[in-house]
Write a protein that binds this ligand. Structure first.
Ligand code: ADP
Ligand code: MG
Length: 140
């Protein structure tokens, strides 16, 4: 297994409920290191650009409206097999299908308000980390 980096977002439904620290504790308990982190308010253009891969999906408009509805915390996580490890810690997209002990099972409200984002592959992890962070902001 290789040391990887992945992009995490704590979404507006979670920042609104003051869950940043609780979610970070799940991340760290899984052996992932939060090597960069900032709390920001996305603009409409930024949210549309970040989720451009989903622009043909029926829920695209609702998704970007949700992502700009409040602050988000964007993070880079580092660790062995970090991309797949974080997807496991997150749980299924729909919390109704998520495994016990995952972030989405324990905190998500519904399939849209599902508390966290995590990159799904090495290529998207590289693009998504560069979308939010410059090299000077990252120290492993
Ligand atoms: P994941 O975040 O698990 O990788 P997707 O990439 O498929 O899931 O979807 C991106 C985000 O879009 C989800 O995390 C969720 O916030 C939202 N979403 C996905 N499916 C739906 C749906 N059927 N209705 C509303 N929002 C959805
Ligand atoms: Mg996805």
């Amino acid at each position: 297994m290789a040391v990887e980096r992945t992009l995490s977002i704590i979404k507006p439904d979670a920042t609104e409920r003051n869950l940043t620290g609780k979610i970070n504790s799940y991340i760290e308990a899984a052996g992932l290191r939060i090597i960069a982190q900032k709390r920001i308010q996305l603009t409409l253009n930024q949210a549309e650009a970040f989720y451009a891969v989903h622009k043909e999906r029926s829920f695209f408009g609702e998704l970007v409206d949700f992502m700009i509805s409040g602050p988000v915390v964007v993070q880079i996580l580092e660790g062995e097999n970090a991309i797949a490890t974080y997807r496991e810690v997150m749980g299924a997209t729909n919390p109704a299908n998520a495994t016990d002990g995952t972030i989405r099972k324990d905190f998500a409200i519904d399939v849209q308000n599902n508390s966290v984002h995590g990159s799904d592959a090495p290529e998207t992890a590289a693009l998504e980390t560069a979308f939010f962070f410059s090299g000077i902001e990252i120290t492993g």
